[in-house]
Ligand binder design. Structure first.
Ligand SMILES: [Fe+2]
Length: 311
């Protein structure tokens, strides 16, 4: 079913602050703007990977996923129906707006809008990095990974594993973190779920991966020179072994800028449990103090559905 993270869309009053950070620090490229003036960030042959729409407040607009085969959209549709959720097929206008051939969309129990797509337009040899980097790791591994915050990750586990996500591992730090990590391609995790207090959910971070350790190191230096707030210092994760740092974006959520993430061999992989997030580093940076955990939104009250009580 779902085999990659294809794109991410947010709304923000600070969209015009994105190009400086994305090109100057990440080494990304700014594509032509969307029809509504959205800033479109491009990191590979896809027309764009991140879209920041004009909005009065920061909001998570949509998370775009990809399937390998057109027919797989039907399987996603059925899996959602089994979970009590009706997906809608997007029309030609929506497909064109996302530069895909086919699209269906739905809202999950935590209020996130997901768009499942097939046939992303490929524009070969069109990416020009904004600074001297070796490039971004995308291809079959997709855009990167997202970490979503929700109060009940057990329910999240039941929901997302229906759509093709397989558990890579858990990180449980008592009193501080309860998180699960899921793969849908060779990337160690494309989706992560982190427990948060009741009543809210949110987008905590997007990870983008570059091709060399030096890309991350130079990015870390440039972030500080440009005054981009670092939230977690350089470090290496226990589970996916990503060498990375985290920084704030102009739109409340964070970005993990990393290198060297582990690749999963589905044939031999066995999930593990870790009791810490980092082998070393990833310390809280003073710049990150007082910042929100992500783009948070209130959870709507909803009646219990049959899927809530399964298993
Ligand atoms: Fe991450």
């Amino acid at each position: 079913m779902i085999t990659s993270l294809a794109y991410l869309g947010v709304g923000s009053p600070n969209k015009d602050e994105w190009p400086r950070m994305a090109t100057g620090m990440w080494g990304a490229m700014v594509a032509d703007p969307g029809p509504d003036g959205a800033v479109r960030i491009k990191i590979d042959d896809a027309p764009w990977r991140i879209q920041i729409h004009p909005a009065d407040q920061d909001e998570t607009r949509y998370i775009g996923w990809g399937v390998d085969w057109e027919e797989d959209l039907d399987a996603v549709d059925k899996a959602l129906a089994d979970a009590g959720i009706t997906a809608r097929h997007g029309d030609a206008d929506l497909a064109a707006a996302r530069d895909v051939n086919r699209i269906l969309f739905f809202t999950d129990p935590w209020g996130f809008r997901h768009e499942v797509t097939w046939g992303r337009t490929a524009q070969r040899s069109t990416f020009r990095p904004g600074r001297a980097i070796s490039g971004f790791v995308t291809g079959q591994q997709g855009l990167g990974h997202v970490l979503l915050l929700m109060p009940d990750i057990e329910e999240g586990h039941r929901f997302f594993t229906r759509l093709g996500f397989r558990l890579s591992d858990k990180i449980i730090v008592p009193g501080r973190l309860n998180a699960r990590f899921y793969h849908c391609n060779a990337r160690h995790h494309t989706l992560a779920l982190g427990q948060c207090p009741p009543g809210v959910a949110g987008l905590n971070h997007l990870m983008i991966q570059v091709g060399s350790l030096d890309d991350v190191g130079t990015g870390y230096e440039i972030a500080q020179q440009m005054g981009i707030p670092i939230t977690l210092t350089l470090g290496r994760h226990t589970n996916d072994q990503q060498f990375s740092f985290y920084h704030s974006t102009p739109s409340s959520f964070h970005v993990e800028y990393g290198f060297g993430g582990l690749e999963v061999d589905e044939e031999t992989w066995v999930p593990k449990v870790y009791d810490r997030t980092a082998v070393w580093g990833h310390a809280q940076h003073p710049d990150g103090q007082g910042r929100p955990p992500g783009i948070m939104h209130p959870l709507a009250e909803r009646p219990a559905r049959p899927a809530d009580t399964e298993d």
